[in-house]
Design a protein around this ligand. Structure first.
Ligand SMILES: C[S@@+](CC[C@H](N)C(=O)[O-])C[C@H]1O[C@@H](n2cnc3c(N)ncnc32)[C@H](O)[C@@H]1O
Length: 260
C-alpha cells in the first residue's frame, strides 16, 4: 500500500483512526480491518484524532448506520446501494449479504486515492462523482429503488449545497432512501473551533438543523421516515456517554432516514 499521510484528508482520518483503534480493543464494538490496515500503513501517530467524544460518536454512528442499512437490505435486497462521499469507509464489508449491488462514490481525486487501498469487488465498485452534480448517476445500472448513505458528508455543506444534493438524488433516482448524518446549529456555530477532533483540521461545519423536517422545504419529494440522535447509542456504553446524552441532548449528531 503506497498511501501517504497527505493522501488522506484530515476529516476522513478521524473515522479511520477511531475505527482502527476500536478494532484493537479487547472487546471491540465494531471491527474494521481496512481502517486498521490503512492506519498501520500510514505509520504515524493519529491519537489526536481519537478523543473520547468523537470516538464514541463515530462508533455509535457506525453501529446505527449499519443496523439501519441491514433493515433496508432485508426489505430491499435487490436495490442499488450507494455510499456517497465514501472516503476510505468500508461499509460494504459490514453489511454485505452476498447479494447486494453497491457503489462507493466520492470526488474523482478521492476515488484515485481510494484505489491505492481498495480494488473493485464483484458487487462493490468505485466511481468518481460529486454529490452536487448527477452526471455520474448515468453510469449506474437502472433500478427502481436506490439506497444512498451519506455519513459525515452533508455536515460540511452549506444550505444551498444540501438543496442541490437532495434535488440531484430525487432527479436521478426514481425511488429511494437517504441515510444521512445531520448536525445541530450549535455545531455549525461553534463546532469547527471546538469539536474535540475536527478542531485539528481545516474543515468548517456547514448548515446545521434542529430537525430533519427542516430539509423538506428544500426537496418536497422527500419525507422523513426516522431521526435518531447518536446519544441513543452512545449512552449505552459509559457513564460519560450517559452524562453527555443529558448535557449534550441537542448537540449530538443524528441519523436521519428520508424517503422519496
Ligand atoms: C469526513 S469524510 C467521510 C468519509 C466517509 N463517509 C466516512 O464516514 O468515513 C467526507 C467525505 O466527503 C467527500 N466529499 C466532499 N464533498 C463531496 C462531494 N461534493 N461529493 C462527493 N463526496 C464529497 C470527501 O471527499 C470525503 O471523502
Amino acid at each position: 500500500m503506497n498511501l501517504t499521510f497527505g493522501d488522506i484528508e484530515e476529516t476522513a482520518l478521524i473515522p479511520l483512526a477511531i475505527k482502527a483503534s476500536e478494532s484493537e480493543r479487547q472487546s471491540p464494538r465494531i471491527i474494521d480491518k481496512k481502517a486498521k490496515e490503512i492506519i498501520d500503513a500510514l505509520g504515524v501517530d493519529v491519537s489526536k484524532y481519537d478523543p473520547f467524544l468523537s470516538h464514541e460518536g463515530v462508533i455509535s454512528r457506525t453501529i446505527m448506520f449499519r443496523d439501519k442499512l441491514n433493515e433496508l437490505i432485508k426489505e430491499y435486497p435487490d436495490a442499488l446501494y450507494i455510499n456517497l462521499g465514501c472516503g476510505f469507509d468500508d461499509k460494504f464489508s459490514q453489511v454485505d449479504n452476498g447479494k447486494i449491488t453497491w457503489f462507493d462514490v466520492d470526488l474523482p481525486d478521492q476515488i484515485e486515492k481510494r484505489k491505492k487501498v481498495y480494488t473493485d469487488r464483484d458487487r462493490c465498485k468505485m466511481l468518481g462523482g460529486s454529490a452536487l452534480d448527477g452526471k455520474w448517476t448515468k453510469n449506474l445500472p437502472q433500478n427502481d429503488m436506490t439506497i444512498v448513505v451519506m455519513e459525515g458528508v452533508l455536515e460540511y455543506f452549506q444550505k444551498e449545497q444540501v438543496k442541490t444534493c437532495l434535488n440531484m438524488l430525487c432527479d436521478s433516482f426514481k425511488h429511494g432512501y437517504l441515510l444521512a448524518e445531520l448536525h445541530s446549529p450549535l455545531l455549525e456555530k461553534y463546532g469547527s473551533k471546538h469539536h474535540d477532533a475536527v478542531k485539528y483540521t481545516n474543515a468548517t461545519f456547514g448548515w446545521g438543523t434542529k430537525s430533519a423536517e427542516e430539509y423538506l422545504p428544500l426537496e418536497p419529494r422527500m419525507s422523513v421516515i426516522s431521526e435518531q440522535s447518536y446519544n441513543d447509542e452512545m449512552k449505552k456504553y459509559s457513564l460519560r456517554g450517559k452524562i453527555f446524552a443529558i448535557v449534550g441532548k441537542n448537540f449530538n449528531n443524528r441519523l436521519a432516514v428520508f424517503r422519496w
